[in-house]
Design a protein around this ligand. Structure first.
Ligand code: PSU
Ligand code: MN
Length: 315
């Protein structure tokens, strides 16, 4: 950790010890907990993520801002307090300095989690889906800060692709422009979160954690800053019916449009609406795909620790 960051950040001892000893650590975001899923499924999902990582010998590092402190690793007490407070902002890159300076609490998006993970020296991060270019983004300019951050932070983000509440084609074009590799986990195709296929190709089909770790080491050894997207298809048993999910998303988008929902409220609104329209089926799929991503992220983090690299010089 860079020395001046101690002023703003607390790294849980278990996480700090693992990082110092070169044992694998995987970061987890909290917007998915506080704004992406309803209680109590959110906490069930989160706890299981930590269990999956631990079962593979990986230390979980959930990230949030708690009373102005960037926390790397969250205790159940802090999560409970934040759940009970009802006053947790969704916090992306632009919000981070404000929330910290005001001593407030916030849940970190993919972008903010990447920033904090990089500060702490964590190289792998598991989540559900990344933000992207929203449908109509060519006129609304609604493009998630996640995409710019992927170009800047040396963190590998393991997800299930992007939801079709986004314009998946434009999201991939944006990532290409920013030089962010998009890696399919044992697939040629970029998955669409709730379903295994999107009709768009990933840049490379990767066989697993070892391949991915080798690519990351090469990227960072060469001083090519920025992350990578690893896109893991939701396991077939939990994938949704394409027609049903497309209808639900179209209905959610129409309601968001009619209500004038935009900006940071857009993704949470759409997720809640899709879950409502599908009678909770989308939430069940969402949980399963997050757990699957944790397994894959654990594999990458383990392989990365075993991959000869001078990456930490650049981190
Ligand atoms: N996708 C999900 N669930 C989520 C998010 C995305 O399936 O909770 C969250 C992530 O934290 C992501 C954020 O970083 O939404 C993107 O929001 P925005 O488009 O406002 O940047
Ligand atoms: Mn946005």
């Amino acid at each position: 950790m860079q020395t001046d960051l101690g002023k703003y950040m607390d790294i849980q001892p278990e996480v700090a010890d693992a990082l110092a000893a070169g044992r694998p650590v995987v970061a987890l975001e909290t917007t998915i907990v506080f704004h992406g899923m309803p209680y109590p499924k959110n906490i069930e999902c989160h706890n299981r993520c930590e269990e999956i990582l631990r079962s593979k010998g990986v230390v979980p590092a959930a990230i949030a801002v708690h009373r102005g402190r960037i926390k790397i690793g969250l205790t159940p007490d802090i999560i409970r307090e934040m759940l009970d407070s009802g006053d947790v902002t969704k916090l992306s890159r632009r919000d981070l300095p404000h929330v910290v300076a005001q001593g407030k609490s916030g849940a970190t998006t993919v972008a903010a989690t990447m920033i904090a993970a990089e500060m702490a020296g964590i190289l792998v991060f598991a989540t559900g889906g990344i933000g992207g270019v929203h449908r109509g983004g060519h006129t609304s300019f609604d493009i998630s800060a996640d995409l710019q951050q992927l170009a800047q932070s040396n963190v590998c983000v393991v997800c299930a692709g992007a939801k079709s509440i986004l314009d998946i084609g434009l999201t991939l074009e944006y990532l290409e422009t920013m030089g962010v590799p998009v890696l399919g986990w044992q697939t040629d195709e970029f998955p669409a979160f709730y379903t295994q296929r999107s009709g768009f190709k990933a840049d490379y089909n990767m066989s697993g954690g070892k391949d991915i770790a080798a690519m990351l080491a090469a990227k960072w050894d060469m001083g090519l800053r920025g992350g990578a997207v690893v896109a893991c298809p939701v396991p077939a048993a939990y994938a949704m019916d394409e027609t049903a999910i497309t209808q639900a998303i179209d209905q959610a988008l129409a309601e968001a449009g009619a209500k004038g929902i935009h900006g940071k409220l857009s993704t949470p609104f759409l997720l809640a609406k899709v879950s409502e329209v599908t009678g909770g089926a989308s939430l069940a799929t969402n949980m399963q795909l997050v757990w699957n991503n944790c397994e894959k992220a654990a594999d990458i983090a383990i392989q990365l620790e075993n991959t000869p690299s001078k990456r930490r010089i650049f981190a």
